[in-house]
Design a protein around this ligand. Structure first.
Ligand code: GLC
Length: 644
């Protein structure tokens, strides 16, 4: 489908500002040629988006020239291996859609520090990982710092984890192993210890203008009426009083995370500069943190404003000029209906992020498990749009955050006024508060047991692996975990495994939790990597071994069978059984997922085309019987038409 607006006509060299022409005239001729072509491609959109945002600010033209010079200079400084990688990826722009597998972890919990991560590369390779998301590793503010999401310096590595040289070495070794490093890029806010915040407190008017200020409780009340609360228990409200300034600054998250004011052009250009610098250190993907909150507008919920997309599109243009082999991933944990613009499908269309988290699919999968009913997953997939060329979903079972339930409200509201209670049921189910629940999670940020916010816990604890008393219960829990991973792997262009889930690792121990600083309940699913389980990964008699081997089999199948590629469209296949989800991938592949705890037999013949009537199970290579497809409790099968 062609949803991206036609690119404006190319501009020639003559249209570049004189400073750029000068810079390129003195640069390496080959690089200069490439850069002229990239500028010709990107400048029309870039100029449009930046002028929408900033053309009314003083000295706009000079600022724009500085941004362009800074970007081209970064491109000219790009290390030769990364420059070559860019050229390769420009020639194969869908490189990131081909058999990718992500892995997400905290550096310290996985391997101590960045140097330690290098030692873990063989493990990542064995699993088939091609994309490693290390949670924040830049220099954070003094703890508590939201697990590093309060950044004090974007140009330095957290000294506890290493140095810039360690980062460069790690990215080089990962690249050699076929793994792209993804770094968080915390765009929305900085630590109150960041130099800008320090100078703002010291009275610098310029630095104060980099943040948002509110002068009175009345103004706060007017804003709060429309705003959501991210941490209603531990950080209620969205504003924090700063005595030195005698005003409240905007803090969507914790009080020590000060939201940036992107109405100031220099905030955008400085953040873009740091991002491109990190790309030159070898970071190949950026997880653009909390993107939905970047622009504030009185009278709205200050989420997903049009300017957010102009900012992201401008950032994409700059990245396309200086580091085009780099992926941008939107961390926008929003209902499915709000996500298309992050792929550039909004009112102002244009290339934006390559990847976005499909958090609704993740949350709906957990609801499906609690209800043994796949209706909500089907609703979510039904509302999931086809994506523009070069874009894909990041699917996942768990991550370092809670499972947020409220992203599912639109799908539930569409089914009727009483449907939100299903979220309360799921939340209580995974907190182990419902009769018959096997889960050992905990509610997040809900002091009232009837309030629904999020759920914490490692996947293994939530599926009952840690409460299982008998081999049968153990088997059922293992099957549930594999079922969720199988769905994520089947649907995602870039599926992500959260550290420890490949081995069925459980929650952080009570003793360790007690020793950790801060009241953040999400620590429950941020354990230290379990070496003992890791040692069992090749033992087929252990649960860790079974989970690991099965995941690897699915990952390999996905790499080997072109029919399973997420480049082919996904279609919901009608199925009479409410617990069973049937998905058709392109013309040649099927995924069948049983979310119930009982054996189920379904007939799919009537709903499938001829060439899928006698498919082969990709893991066992056995022929499958589509007219009476038998599924064990929590089982899933991936099928492909013969030979594909
Ligand atoms: C993102 C992160 C989360 C963090 C928040 C504020 O949502 O995933 O862990 O608390 O941003 O930076």
């Amino acid at each position: 489908m062609s949803v991206i607006e036609d690119r404006p006509a190319l501009v020639g060299e003559a249209h570049l500002p004189a400073v750029l022409n000068d810079l390129l005239a003195h640069a390496d001729a080959d690089r200069a040629d490439v850069l002229r072509a990239r500028l010709a491609q990107e400048l029309p959109l870039l100029r449009d988006r930046l002028s929408r945002l900033y053309s009314n600010t003083p000295d706009y033209a000079q600022w724009l020239n500085r941004v362009l010079v800074q970007t081209v200079q970064t491109a000219l400084n790009r290390p030769a291996d990364l420059w070559a990688l860019d050229l390769q990826r420009e020639a194969n722009p869908n490189w990131h859609l081909q058999g990718m597998l992500g892995y997400c972890t905290y550096t310290d919990k996985f391997a101590g520090n960045l140097a330690g991560v290098r030692q873990r590369i063989p493990h990542l390779q064995e699993l088939g990982v091609t994309y490693l998301h290390l949670l924040p590793f830049l220099k954070p503010g003094t703890p508590p710092n939201d697990g590093g999401f309060a950044v004090a310096s974007y140009d330095e590595v957290d000294p506890k984890l290493g140095t810039l040289a360690d980062l460069q070495q790690l990215t080089r070794e990962l690249r050699a192993a076929g793994i792209s490093l993804c770094s968080d890029f915390v765009l929305n806010h900085v630590s109150h210890e960041h130099a800008w915040a320090v100078q703002a407190r010291a009275g610098s008017a310029q630095h104060q203008s980099f943040f948002h200020w509110v002068k009175s409780p009345e103004q706060i009340a007017a804003y709060e009426k429309n705003l959501v609360q991210i941490f209603p228990n531990t950080a209620p409200g969205n504003f924090t009083f700063v005595p030195e300034v005698n005003a409240w600054t905007w803090t969507t998250f914790y009080p020590y995370q000060w939201d940036l004011n992107y109405a100031q052009p220099i905030v955008f250009s400085e953040m873009a500069k740091s991002l491109l610098q990190l790309a030159n250190h070898g970071v190949e993907a950026f997880r653009l943190d909390s993107t939905g909150f970047l622009w504030k507008r009185a009278g709205t919920n200050c989420m997903n404003q049009p300017e957010v997309h102009w900012l992201l599109q401008a950032l994409r243009c700059l990245t396309n000029i200086a580091a085009p082999g780099t992926l941008l991933k939107a961390e926008a944990i929003m209902p499915t209906q709000d996500l298309p613009p992050y792929f550039g499908l909004g009112d102002t269309q244009g290339p934006e992020c390559h990847v976005a988290y499909h958090s609704s699919l993740m949350s709906a999968s957990w609801v499906a498990l609690a209800e043994e009913n796949t209706q909500l997953i089907q609703d979510v997939l039904f509302h999931t749009p086809a994506l523009p060329e070069g874009c894909t979903w990041m699917t996942y079972v768990r991550c370092h955050d809670d499972i947020g339930w409220n992203v599912l409200r639109p799908e539930l509201d569409a089914r009727g006024p009483d449907q939100r209670s299903r979220l309360l049921h799921a939340s209580q189910f995974f907190a182990g508060q419902v009769e018959g629940s096997y889960a050992q999670g905990a509610a997040f940020q809900a002091s009232d047991t009837n309030a629904v916010h999020g759920t914490n816990g490692m996947a293994a604890a939530l599926v009952g692996l840690k409460s299982a008393q008998t081999p049968e219960e153990q088997f059922a829990a293992t099957s549930r975990l594999i079922l969720l991973q199988s769905l994520s792997l089947f649907v995602g262009g870039l599926p992500l495994i959260y550290m420890g889930d490949e081995l069925g690792q459980g929650n952080t121990s009570a003793a360790e939790l007690a020793a950790r600083q801060g009241p953040d309940g999400r620590e429950l699913h941020r354990p230290v990597f379990d070496e003992a389980l890791f040692a069992q990964r090749h033992e087929s008699t252990t649960t860790a071994g079974v989970i690991y081997a099965t995941l690897r089999a699915y990952v390999n199948a996905k790499k080997q069978h072109a029919a399973l590629s997420a480049e082919h469209a996904l279609r919901l296949v009608p199925c009479a059984h409410p617990s069973v989800l049937v998905l058709q991938r392109g013309e040649q592949a099927l995924g069948v997922f049983n979310f119930s705890g009982t054996n189920v037999t379904v007939s799919l013949s009537a709903a499938l085309p001829m060439h899928l009537q006698t498919p082969i199970n990709v893991l066992t290579q056995q022929a499958a019987n589509i007219s009476a497809c038998e599924l064990a409790p929590y089982a899933s099968v991936w099928l492909t038409a013969h030979g594909s």
